[in-house]
Design a protein. Structure first.
Length: 161
């Protein structure tokens, strides 16, 4: 929690307060916000890296000493940021699928690769269909079912594959 100065009475006020407890003047919090030029999220004015998309939004202050390491070579939008919702943990590969649907498909019809088709991995789905008679895809699908259960879903119930 940071303290800011009330514009009316000069008292120190919590940055989370809507008004000054001393004089009752409203504290403007919108002036301490800016928008990320990559994903459009409203972020704190002092942010160097956007907490939503993970891209650098400001230059680092030049201070003497070792150079901080921030590598931002994301010139174009990734698939997750173009979809509008970044994945948990900043992972931006793959696509989101409903966790419940994916796990049920992997458990019950994973041996013929239906869960792979659902996840948009058509080539893997075809391989599962071609080798379903061996039972190996069913074993792999059961393992993928367990892995899917262990993945953390986003607020919409999606996991990223």
């Amino acid at each position: 929690m940071a303290l800011i100065t009330c514009p009316e009475c000069g008292r120190e006020v919590s940055d989370k307060a809507a008004s000054c407890p001393g004089c009752g003047a409203p504290v403007d919090t919108s002036s301490r916000k800016k928008y990320c030029q990559h994903c459009g999220s409203q972020i704190d004015q002092n942010c160097v890296v956007c907490p939503m998309c993970g891209k650098q939004v400001a230059e680092l202050n030049s201070q003497p000493g070792p150079t901080p390491i921030i590598v931002n070579n994301n010139a174009s939008s990734s698939s997750a940021s173009s979809a509008g919702t970044p994945a948990p943990g900043g992972y931006t590969g793959g696509r989101p699928v409903n966790k419940l649907v994916y796990c049920l498909l992997a458990l019950f019809v994973g041996g013929i690769g239906i869960h792979k088709f659902y996840a948009g991995k058509i080539g893997m789905g075809i391989l599962y269909v071609l080798f379903c008679w061996t039972g190996i895809p069913a074993l792999i699908a059961f393992i993928e079912f367990i892995i899917g259960l262990c993945k953390t879903a986003d607020p919409y119930g999606n996991i990223w594959l």
